[in-house]
Design a protein around this ligand. Structure first.
Ligand code: FAD
Length: 419
């Protein structure tokens, strides 16, 4: 990488240790996971890093990143082998997202949308027909998927959503307006959360798949944002869109909120992916700051020798490790084919969001005036992770959930201190 016009060492290749300490590490990566990390890091450094600033400056869709991730076969890592994927779970998804997010969060989001987004819900909840139609497209990177939950009046208050189905022969008609749909301007298909007939509140919320080439779908606009500028958030209008019976992923029952709870649980994949991208972006910013501090001299000495700045590095590294450990716990608890548990996921997401905010902010400070310049990557990382603190459920909403659970006596899975 270049700092102040000079070339400094790139962040190191991942080193897979073989010491006794690492043999005893409960989160040690197996050979497949190590190979996946190496592959994702290669793609990130070779194909994503050189263009990251371009996507940010131009707000163009990162076609080059899409192609690189597709060619490497990374889109399909969580899709069953039967449909052309690799059949991995949340640990592997987190590994890939951490590595991609380390250099460019806008590009990493393409992978997140594919392997933690709608295709994950289709795989767990969809009919065989639905899986055969959509999962090969996800695995091969043929199509981008997006998810429409939020509305202008229903963000955190998701159960106030108004998008609604009305019966139409053997199927339905969908009317609604979804806000902040990541990739919605470019996607082929949207998983739309909506009300089934006669429902209110959490009861009766279900989900349907909408082919965005259908009659009645309009891209009403895209948001102009602070960060994550490579992946636009679209506003999608659905005007009497025909929904065939085979496009219903989860039926909402007007007398029950069970379907809503199942859908919310599926968002835990996305929340863990969000945390992984935050850990990756924070790690990239920490490494960049260290490289800079070793090169930048004041009074003839590198600023890395200033103890006051070493303390910043200590705090940054500690925050990252805390968040990474919470994330590892959540994804390990999911097992190879399960769903990350809600409490541990909420802790991982909020910790990773806050750690990334702290670390990227400190990285800007450590680079001084250059940190504030768009010629250096740390301010972009800060703007990008700022969006991740809001998407997939804000930090406040995670804390509401954690607080209410802990007050009720819930104990996260740990070494059994409470038993
Ligand atoms: C980059 C990005 C990508 C996104 N991608 C998608 C997507 O792909 N699909 C999609 O459907 N949505 C997406 N969203 C929307 C996102 O899920 C919502 O923005 C988020 O849920 C918050 O909703 P809101 O914006 O309406 O804010 P509000 O819900 O209006 O919240 C405003 C503020 O009040 C706080 N707040 C709200 N309720 C409470 C409460 N009960 N207690 C304490 N504080 C509270 C919030 O934390 C926030 O700080 C995305 C958002 C961003 C920024």
């Amino acid at each position: 990488m270049t700092v102040l016009g000079e070339t400094i060492a790139c962040p190191p290749e991942p080193v897979f240790a073989t010491t006794l300490r690492d043999m005893n590490n409960p989160f040690a990566e197996n050979e497949d996971q190590q190979a996946l990390r190496t592959l994702a890091r290669d793609v990130a450094m070779r194909d994503l890093a050189p263009m990251a600033r371009h996507w940010d400056e131009t707000e163009e869709f990162p076609e080059g990143s899409w192609e690189a991730i597709r060619k490497a076969g990374l889109f399909g890592i969580t899709v069953d082998e039967k449909y052309g994927g690799h059949g991995f779970g949340d640990i592997e998804a987190a590994i890939v997202l951490e590595e991609l997010g380390r250099v460019d969060v806008s590009s990493a989001i393409l992978a997140q949308l594919t392997f933690n987004g709608p295709p994950r819900a289709i795989q767990h909840l969809g009919s065989e027909e639905m899986k055969e139609r959509w999962l090969p497209m996800a695995a091969s990177g043929e199509a981008l998927f997006c998810i429409g939950i939020s509305e202008t009046e229903a963000g955190s208050a998701v159960t106030q959503m108004r998008a609604r189905l009305t019966p139409d022969g053997n199927g339905y008609r969908l009317n609604g307006y979804k806000n902040y749909v990541t990739g919605g301007h470019r996607a082929r298909v949207c998983l739309v959360w909506c009300r089934f007939p006669e429902s209110e509140g959490a009861k009766g919320i279900g989900a349907v798949l909408v082919d965005l080439e259908s009659d009645g779908v309009t891209i009403a606009g895209t948001h102009v944002k602070m960060g994550l500028r490579g992946t636009s958030e679209a506003e999608l209008a659905f005007d009497d869109v025909r929904i065939e019976p085979e496009d219903v992923l989860s039926v909402g029952d007007a007398t029950s909120s069970e379907t809503f709870k199942t859908l919310i649980a599926h968002i835990n994949h996305e929340r863990c992916g969000n945390a992984a991208m935050c850990v990756g972006a924070a790690q990239g910013s920490l490494e960049y700051a260290i490289g800079y501090m070793n090169e930048r001299t004041i009074g003839g000495k590198p600023i890395a020798e200033l103890q006051g700045l070493q303390w910043k590095i200590a705090d940054m590294a500690t925050q990252i490790e805390g968040a990474r450990l919470l994330l590892l716990r959540a994804v390990h608890l999911a097992g190879p084919h399960g769903t990350p548990p809600a409490l541990e996921t909420a802790m991982a997401k909020s910790a990773a969001n806050l750690a990334a905010k702290f670390v990227c902010d400190e990285a800007i400070q450590l680079l001084g005036g250059y940190g504030y310049s768009r010629e250096y990557p740390v301010e972009r990382a800060y703007r990008d992770i700022r969006g991740l603190c809001i998407g997939a459920g804000t930090v406040e909403i995670q804390r509401n959930f954690i607080g209410s659970q802990v007050l009720r006596g819930a104990v996260p899975a740990s070494a059994g201190w409470r038993k």
